[in-house]
Design a protein around this ligand. Structure first.
Ligand code: NZQ
Ligand code: ZN
Length: 389
């Protein structure tokens, strides 16, 4: 087991009817609040009115920025930074899914510097030493942005979608009410499930020293998604299903399961290039890539991980040959994503073209080979994209 630092100081209000604490929490951080949200789902579910009422009755000053896109754009971040600077914003309140929360994180950081927010990204990224305080109200279980210090922003002008982590961007408080996800479509619920599973699998499929406690926790989290995502797709207002997915989404990526593992993530850099070029939903890209990546990485040196995954998560018969278990585990995962959850199974179905693979693969390896579960060169990444056609 490697050394690690565990530091996740996010205060979580979990469950129904917790928004009565919103005003008190915001007040701790100041008077002037910037409310950020996406394309309007929060208005359709009546959440916007409740949030505004809480802010007004706490006597706080409200400013707004709406229209944050899925795969959020740097232009939205810049617009938020401008409001923060011009209006002297004290605290940002992000209400929505990962896109709204991610964009808000970089608004909060951008408000504390003079340079353009895009300079937080890339090989020569500027440091993020400070950020205005962030409070979130989560409406979609997927990214874990409500409890992590990262975010991913798209820049159409450069064709990039780049991620960045920095502890100052960690939300101070997050409100996690599963009933706010009742309105999430079957498609977004399925994509969210694939994203949660990928966050866990990027850590679980690792050649660093294992920690039995964390491996067992990861298997339990994966089983939770496998059990409850289909229920949420079938029965969107099932509280237990929505609650289990929501809490798993936060713990999948908040640092807890990492336990000092140092290997890079593999599917995420490959997926971000798909989203950057084709603007597809992040979780869908991951669902298509992950089983193919597993197939590509499977050999005698890696097979044991697949055996643990297959037997402990999908209940495959442990008495079978290791390679047979491994192949069956990939098959079961594919069936789960594409048959049970109904996600599209190929990149061709999304209109993604082979001619772009070389460029996307080069960009996925922009900082060098992906040194993950198995080391992947740009050529390897291209092969994996081809397996997804
Ligand atoms: O924009 P609105 O109208 O709110 O609609 C959204 C959007 O169209 C809708 N939605 C959200 N909550 C809803 C709802 N519709 C009905 N009822 C509700 N309660 O769902 C659509 C997708 O929302 P979005 O925020 O884009 O989804 P998600 O949470 O999956 O976020 C995806 C983004 O997060 C990044 C992804 O790359 C992508 O850009 N990620 C962020 C990470 C992080 N911060 O750590 C890690 C992830 O790996 C990921 O890369
Ligand atoms: Zn993800």
């Amino acid at each position: 087991m490697n050394n690690f630092i565990y530091d996740i100081p996010v205060k979580v209000y979990f469950g129904e009817n917790q928004l009565s604490n919103l005003g008190t929490e915001l007040k701790r951080y100041g008077q002037r609040v910037l409310l950020t949200y996406g394309g309007g789902s929060i208005k359709r579910i009546g959440l916007y009115d409740k949030v505004v009422e809480e802010i007004r009755s706490a006597g706080l000053d409200l400013f707004e920025l709406s229209g944050i896109e899925p795969n959020p754009r740097i232009e939205s971040v810049r617009a938020g930074v401008d409001i923060c600077k011009q209006q002297g914003i004290d605290v940002l309140l992000a209400v929505g899914g990962g896109s709204t929360i991610d964009a808000t994180k970089f608004m909060a950081a951008g408000a504390c510097v003079e340079h353009d927010a895009w300079e937080f990204f890339g090989a020569d990224a500027k440091p993020i030493e400070r950020a205005l305080p962030i409070v979130t109200i989560l409406t979609l279980s997927a990214t874990g942005s409500e409890m992590d210090a990262g975010g991913v922003i798209s820049n159409l002008a450069t064709g990039d979608k780049l991620g960045r982590m920095a502890q100052p961007m960690l939300p101070k408080v997050s409100f996690l009410d599963p009933t706010l996800t009742y309105s999430v479509s079957k498609y977004q619920t399925a994509c969210g499930a694939a994203d949660i599973m990928s966050h866990i699998m990027e850590v679980y499929f690792n050649t660093n020293k294992d920690l039995f406690l964390l491996d067992s926790c990861m298997e339990a989290m994966l089983k939770t998604v496998v059990k409850f995502a289909p229920i949420a797709v079938r029965d969107p207002e099932n509280y237990e299903a929505r609650a289990n997915l929501m809490w798993t989404s936060s713990w999948a990526i908040n640092g807890f399961i990492n336990g000092g593992r140092r290997k890079a993530w593999s599917c995420h850099p490959m997926e971000h290039e798909l989203s950057a070029l084709y603007d597809i939903t992040h979780g869908l890209g991951l669902a298509i890539l992950t089983p193919r990546w597993m197939g590509y990485c499977l050999d005698e040196t890696t097979v044991d991980r697949y055996v643990s995954f297959g037997t402990n998560v999908f209940g495959i018969d442990a008495s079978l040959e290791p390679m047979a278990i491994a192949r069956e585990s990939i098959k079961r995962l594919s069936e789960f994503f594409f048959d049970t959850l109904g996600l599209q199974r190929t990149l061709s179905e999304l209109g993604i073209k082979r001619e772009d693979f070389a460029l996307m693969a080069r960009k996925a390896c922009r900082y060098g080979d992906i040194n993950g579960f198995k080391r992947l060169t740009a050529e390897d990444v291209e092969r994996i994209y081809e397996m997804c056609l």
